[in-house]
Design a protein around this ligand. Structure first.
Ligand code: GLC
Ligand code: CA
Length: 551
């Protein structure tokens, strides 16, 4: 075994994302909570073998964006439990040798946060300039507003539909909100705001939290002049937010300074990690969030595999491009799904979901796994009257495209009423998947060839293999053009361990035409139906199959 000790936990480990509203409800109100998470820690540790948990926001919040509208950065929402519950969660997580990461939401607060209440109370309140307050633009400035009405200060759009500005009657100005109108943006050009956010981070770091996933990290700095954004010539006419190029509201050079401050704070504690949520940037821009001196995010989330059609060409292209873009010393990471994106089993298709999992856990770098994907859970269609997610509620005609409820439905633990997520008589906050009686943890544990048992073996192999955790990556050219067009094969190597990952993206059998001599040993196949020695030169993959082979 190679010496993994020079690598840090966030490099060798697997991060598991818990969406707390939907993970486990301990008090029967239909909404997941911290005592519920504590009940399921053994599942994460003993059954899955997870190394770190990132939990979506659990702070006090009016829940207009389900916790991403924070009204107190240093508290716990009573719906999720108490601070004592949190301390216990942290202790129990650490006791099991796992790490706990919180979701930090600095870009905006809730409109019920005391900072905003003060800010909005009068034009000369000391916190007025913690947020973006601006006068209306008199019509017809900039050629807009032909009707003669006053206009918002610029043309920026909210990610959740409509303009990014909300009129405030009391003080006669607009305020900026990149997301819902109940989520006013903080102004990080104001040093007091930076200090206040660092203080909130310090509060949790002092408690022993192992790091943060920072929400919308690219958006914390806006153009100093708040200039209009140009039209997006590539717009497909569907989602209004995409009609502009967000060059003045996101990914500004000065944001890196703020991130360096956050990183310096995190680094003043031992073994903590800073992960940034980075949305829709080309790899060359994405990797800047490692910092010019690797002094920003340890892991700028790499969503490369999220926004692509699940085809070999797109997947292989993303991976090669990302590997090539990584600066020296930067540690890669990969994400397949989260609470904002359709589930991988829905995106890739049920038949290909196992190979997708094999891909994620065998690529070079830290994988982040979304709760429930280990069961092959799929998106759940939400009847219109039960839709809750703001972008879907605000833009009903786009609900199917933009709504995020379908990937946020309750975790399926067993086949009892309400799937063991909440008590039998309760009403879960989102409907359960119709197939939960078949697709659940208890049942899959009993089925030796289930998705869950496949996933467990994959996790165990990853953990015990230096090639997979810290080894090099190299993709292989295949001898058969047919296989080259349909299969992705790469090698991972550390010291004397060499592993081959072979993934078939097609629904047909593929003879790979590997130009490797001798025999290999199949350690794992996606269907848990193949193992043992094979002749490499004659090796074929079954339809949609993935195999992990020891060379
Ligand atoms: C991030 C979160 C998303 C939230 C948004 C606003 O993208 O992942 O759930 O709605 O930020 O905070
Ligand atoms: Ca509850």
């Amino acid at each position: 075994m190679s010496d993994n000790s020079k690598y840090l936990w966030w490099q060798t480990g697997v991060v598991y994302q818990i969406y707390p509203r939907s993970f486990m409800d301990a008090n029967g109100d239909g909404i997941g909570d911290l005592p519920g998470v504590i009940q399921r820690l053994d599942y994460l540790k003993e059954i899955l073998g997870v190394d770190a948990i990132w939990i979506s926001p659990i702070y006090p919040s009016p829940m207009k964006d389900f916790g991403y509208d924070v009204s107190d950065y240093c508290g716990i929402h009573p719906m999720f439990g108490s601070m004592a519950n949190f301390d216990r969660l942290l202790e129990e997580t650490h006791k099991r040798g796992m790490k706990l990461l919180l979701d930090l939401v600095p870009n905006h607060t809730s409109d019920e946060h005391p900072w905003f209440l003060e800010s909005r109370s009068s034009r000369n309140n000391p916190k007025r300039d913690w947020y973006f307050w601006r006068d209306p633009l008199p019509s017809p400035a900039n050629g807009r507003g032909a009707g003669g009405e006053d206009l918002p200060p610029n043309n920026w759009l909210s990610c959740f539909g409509g303009p990014a500005w909300e009129w405030d009657e009391r003080t006669g100005q607009y305020y900026l909100h990149t997301f819902a109108k109940e989520q006013p943006d903080l102004d990080f050009r104001n040093p007091e705001v930076v200090e206040a956010m660092l203080d909130s981070m310090r509060f949790w770091l002092d408690k022993g939290v192992d790091g943060f996933r920072v929400d919308v990290i690219t958006g914390m700095i806006k153009d100093a002049l708040l200039r209009d954004e140009p039209a997006n010539p590539a717009w497909d006419g569907v989602e209004p937010f995409a009609s502009l190029q967000h060059i003045h509201s996101s990914n500004l050079p000065e944001v890196h300074e703020i991130i360096r401050r956050m990183r310096a704070l995190v680094d003043s504690y031992p073994q903590r990690v800073l992960i940034g949520e980075i949305f829709a940037l080309p790899n060359a821009e994405l990797v800047k969030y490692y910092g010019a001196n690797l002094d920003e995010c340890h892991l700028p989330f790499n969503f490369g595999l999220i926004w692509i059609p699940w085809t070999l060409e797109a997947v292989r292209g993303k991976i090669e491009d990302y590997e090539a873009a990584l600066p020296p010393g930067a540690w890669p990471n990969w994400v397949l799904g989260n609470h904002d994106q359709p589930r991988i089993a829905t995106r890739a298709g049920r038949d290909r979901a196992r190979a997708a999992a094999m891909l994620l856990l065998t690529l070079r770098g830290t994988p982040t796994w979304y709760n429930g994907d280990e069961l092959g859970m799929e998106n759940v269609t939400i009847p219109p009257e039960l839709v809750q997610d703001p972008p879907a509620v605000n833009q009903p005609e786009l609900a199917e495209l933009l709504g995020r409820d379908p990937e946020r439905t309750p975790m399926q633990w067993d086949d009892s009423p309400n799937a063991g997520f909440t008590s039998a008589g309760a009403r879960p906050w989102l409907p359960l998947a119709a197939d939960y009686k078949q697709v659940n943890v208890a049942r899959q544990l009993e089925d030796p060839r289930s998705f869950l048992n496949f996933f467990r073996q994959l996790m165990a192999l990853r953990k015990s293999s230096p090639a997979l955790t810290v080894g090099s990556y190299r993709s292989l050219e295949l001898g058969s053009p047919e296989a080259q067009a349909n299969c992705f094969v790469y090698e991972r190597q550390a010291e004397d361990q060499r592993l081959l990952v072979a993934l078939n993206f097609s629904g047909r059998e593929q003879a790979l035409g590997l130009s490797l001599p001798g025999n290999g040993t199949i350690l794992l196949s996606t269907g848990l139906d193949r193992e043992g020695e094979i002749d490499l030169s004659k090796f074929s993959l079954a339809p949609n199959q993935g195999c992990l082979i020891l060379l």
